[in-house]
Design a protein around this ligand. Structure first.
Ligand code: HEC
Length: 206
């Protein structure tokens, strides 16, 4: 019986002590793991990719709907598809993407937060100074409630095809439908080349 126990112990020793454990140096033990600072340029690229996906899908949906069913049909598509596509892209890209405007149509999702409104005002000022709307972006890493948050915005210019539903000469049929759906609509009266709003990307960092 005693021999068995000794044998058992010996094999345990062999199993556990046979190989030399890698030495952990005292310096390494004391140093906390170094967390690499967030790569702002890489995050901006991620944001741009998500915006291309969202903006691209929206435009395709809009154009197809206009061609197949006319502007009234397209309006319904904008209303239902825009939030759906935003949700799909946000989930697949692991961030939050949306569209905001100082003159919003959607009374909930189109409303900019305080920092977003500031960026939109800044975009307007940069446009006045001669910067091209197409290339206006904002990018910032901020501390929010003890957590790092990456914020990105990209200006959305008003194009000719947008005027059907955002311009000053909107057909009575479209106008009636817009008033029904969005009684507080502020997204009319735009001209080609105006700042229509911006894409917003927010990513919470670990
Ligand atoms: C067929 C009508 C129609 C056309 C054309 C159209 N939009 Fe819209 N747009 C809408 C509707 C409806 C909404 C509200 C969607 C919602 O409820 O989320 C909207 C919302 C938006 C928003 C979100 C912010 C807000 O005001 O609530 C932006 C930005 C926007 N449109 C930009 C554009 C741009 C840029 C174009 C041209 C490339 C365009 N739209 C063309 C109907 C249209």
């Amino acid at each position: 019986m005693q021999r068995l126990v000794i044998l058992g112990l010996a094999s345990l020793l062999v199993a556990c002590g046979g190989k030399e454990e890698p030495k952990v140096s005292a310096a390494n033990e004391l140093k906390p793991a170094v967390v690499a600072p967030p790569d702002k340029a890489a995050l901006a690229e991620e944001a741009k990719t998500a915006i291309k996906m969202y903006g691209g899908s929206l435009k395709t949906e809009l154009q197809t709907a206009m061609q197949t069913g006319g502007p009234l049909n397209a309006l319904a598509v904008c209303q239902t598809k825009a939030p759906e596509i935003a949700k799909t892209v946000s989930e697949s890209q692991q961030l939050q993407i949306s569209r905001v405007s100082l003159r919003n149509r959607n009374p909930v999702m189109g409303v900019p937060s305080e920092w977003q409104a500031q960026v939109l005002n800044d975009f307007e000022a940069r446009k006045v100074k001669g910067e091209a709307l197409e290339s206006l972006v904002y990018s910032e890493l901020v501390e929010n409630n003890g957590k790092q948050e990456f914020r990105f915005m990209k200006a959305i210019p008003t194009e000719a095809m947008c005027l059907t539903c955002h311009g000053s000469d909107i057909s009575p049929a479209i106008m009636t439908r817009l008033t029904e759906l969005y009684p507080q609509d502020k997204a009319i009266g735009f001209k080609e080349g105006d700042l229509r709003g911006a894409f917003v990307v927010v990513k919470n960092l670990p």
